[in-house]
Design a protein around this ligand. Structure first.
Ligand code: ZN
Length: 364
């Protein structure tokens, strides 16, 4: 620790008047109200400690003789804390018992067909609700919180501390009422003075079309009730969309795989596709190939916060017959005889397994 004389910038034989002047000058520069930096705060502590010692002739004499620098009538910590409001965060007056309630997060599982047009859910939530018996006050019915006798309702205790800069007021929260300014003498028996109780709530929610896994719906004021009759927090619903065994979502589009017979692929046909939102009449064209995609416009998922819908993309897969009777085999052999000019197997540029994830079944 630096020498007290150096700290104040005075000589060893400085008069009491010079010491006082030097301290005043430094304090005006380093005072936390003027200079809120931590460095200035530390210096201010040192300067005040030096002044405490040197301004007291008895302690100055002891210090000059190399004695222990004993603490004086008041520690500089008291003054220091006083300048910073006793670490109370600068709040004035009693704090409210009413606090905002916690936000709540609930997860909901949806099926893919519910996402197409949106859906309605009555969501069950374990939450905190305002206590009906005391209307959230926490005081037994017929009673009300009384003004705290210790602080007179201000919620804080003030203490005057003498310092060289004059008397300063140190403020701290009242211990008797925890800073509320009032005391609940008779707590509500239902909520034990909390102003809220555990509850099971049913919250009706309209889930818009087009939501996807991970999306959070925000419901303001539907969370937990606050203590002391405070406002509710918010409720967040996190959506998870279950995978469908046939239809796969791709943004706003739906995709599926349709297996067709070799004969249907050759001659073409009309078929009914049972989509999530109703049947679709589908025309399989003559000469359809595995991997061909038929696009059904506007039969995908409704875009979030829109009325527009994506498409349904149907990928065709031709099924090769495996169980042939004698006659069928004979006919196909005849067909093969007449097809000798056709090319044999050849490598394709298409990526293998491109549609394998779409593999599914249609009841037909
Ligand atoms: Zn109550």
């Amino acid at each position: 620790m630096a020498d007290h004389y150096e700290t104040l910038g005075v000589s060893q034989d400085a008069s009491q008047d010079e010491i006082k002047k030097a301290y005043r000058k430094l304090a005006r520069k380093l005072h936390p109200d003027v200079n809120p930096s931590a460095e200035a705060g530390e210096k201010f502590k040192d300067v005040t400690a030096a002044y405490d010692t040197l301004s007291d002739p008895q302690r100055r004499k002891q210090y000059d003789m190399g004695g222990q620098d004993a603490a004086g009538g008041f520690g500089f910590g008291d003054i220091f804390d006083a300048f910073f409001g006793g670490g109370q965060g600068g709040g004035r007056g009693p704090r409210s018992r009413a606090q905002r309630g916690q936000d709540a997060l609930v997860r909901i599982d949806l099926d893919l067909d519910e996402v197409i047009f949106g859906t309605h859910r009555d969501v069950q939530v374990a939450t905190a609700a305002r206590c009906e018996d005391c209307a959230g006050s926490g005081a037994a019915p017929g009673t009300s919180p009384v003004t705290c006798a210790d602080c007179g309702g201000s919620g804080e205790v003030r203490r005057q501390v003498r310092s060289i800069l004059g008397p300063v007021i140190s403020t701290s929260p009242c211990a008797a009422c925890q800073g509320f300014g009032t005391v609940i003498e008779h707590a509500c028996e239902t909520c034990h003075g909390q102003g809220r109780v555990r509850a099971q709530a049913t919250i009706p929610v309209d889930i818009p079309a087009g939501v996807d896994s991970g999306l959070r719906l925000h419901l303001p004021g539907q969370g937990e009730a606050g203590p002391g009759g405070g406002p509710n927090g918010d409720l967040y619903l996190e959506v998870r969309v279950r995978e469908h065994e046939v239809f796969v979502r791709n943004g706003d589009d739906l995709e599926c795989l349709l297996e067709i017979s070799m004969i249907d692929a050759v001659f073409g046909t009309n078929t009914t596709l049972p989509a999530l939102d109703g049947d679709i009449e589908l025309e399989i064209p003559v000469g359809a190939q595995s991997g061909d995609v038929l696009t059904v416009r506007g039969r995908g998922i409704t875009r979030l916060r829109s009325t527009q819908r994506g498409d349904l993309e149907v990928t065709l897969q031709v099924r090769t017959p495996t169980k042939l009777d004698h006659k069928q085999k004979e006919l196909l052999q005849q067909f093969a005889e007449r097809s000798k000019h056709e090319a044999g197997p050849e490598l394709s540029r298409e990526k293998p397994g491109l549609f394998s994830k779409l593999r599914g079944k249609f009841g037909r």
